[in-house]
Design a protein around this ligand. Structure first.
Ligand code: ITT
Length: 184
């Protein structure tokens, strides 16, 4: 049995937190939510955005934190919306994305989880390949109704095991392995 550790997830997005919390709970890590709008650097690199967000989060709260930066990268439109996923969802949304696409629908979701405390700044990446559906299916948040992971016929919004396969799950699994070893 693992000991229980307290760690803070800083984000403006409660959906991301709830999924991260349920994934990390299984590893004995107790995740708490600090709701905050973090500085989003304008960059083509998720990694650079993630590092800047993590430093901003630690400087605000002075507690061991993780932040997450995600992107949905669609092949046929040169990886768009990628680092602009949050903005694009709020503006053109899933309907707008569906209108942009023809028959080429390959895409991937990327998550970068970044940990920051007084002495350490470290990132962990998770990627999940899939495709964009022809129509929206299900009532999930964000791009869940239009993303179908490889080896599935259902969108994230319809399937019941998203948290066992998602980009977030893959990144958090790497993070928790490292974090629990650091705590030993
Ligand atoms: P932060 O405050 O943590 O930055 P955010 O929502 O702005 O929250 P991101 O910059 O990481 O987060 O934005 C990525 C966007 O991609 C997010 O707003 C969602 O619209 C979408 N997204 C990320 N992961 C998703 C998932 O698992 N399912 C559906 N949509 C997702």
């Amino acid at each position: 049995m693992h000991k229980s550790y307290d760690l803070y997830f800083v984000s403006s997005n409660k959906h991301k937190f709830l999924e991260a919390q349920s994934i990390l709970n299984l590893h004995g890590i107790n995740l708490r939510f600090l709701k905050s709008n973090l500085k989003e650097l304008q960059s083509h690199s998720l990694q650079k955005i993630a590092l800047a967000k993590a430093k901003d989060a630690f400087s605000k709260f002075h507690k061991p934190v993780i932040i997450e930066d995600d992107g949905l990268f669609i092949d046929s439109i040169e990886g768009f919306p990628g680092p602009y996923s949050s903005y694009v969802f709020k503006t053109i949304g899933n309907k707008g994305i569906l209108n942009l696409l023809n028959n080429k629908r390959k895409a991937k979701f990327v998550s970068i989880i970044t940990y920051c405390d007084k002495t350490t700044l470290k990132s962990f990446q998770g990627q999940l390949c899939g495709k964009i559906s022809k129509t929206q299916k299900g009532k999930g948040w964000g791009y869940d109704p239009i993303f179908i992971p490889n080896n599935s016929t259902k969108t994230f919004a319809v399937m019941n095991n998203k948290n066992k396969i998602s980009h977030r799950y893959i990144a958090l699994k790497k993070f928790s392995k490292w974090y629990l070893r650091k705590k030993e």
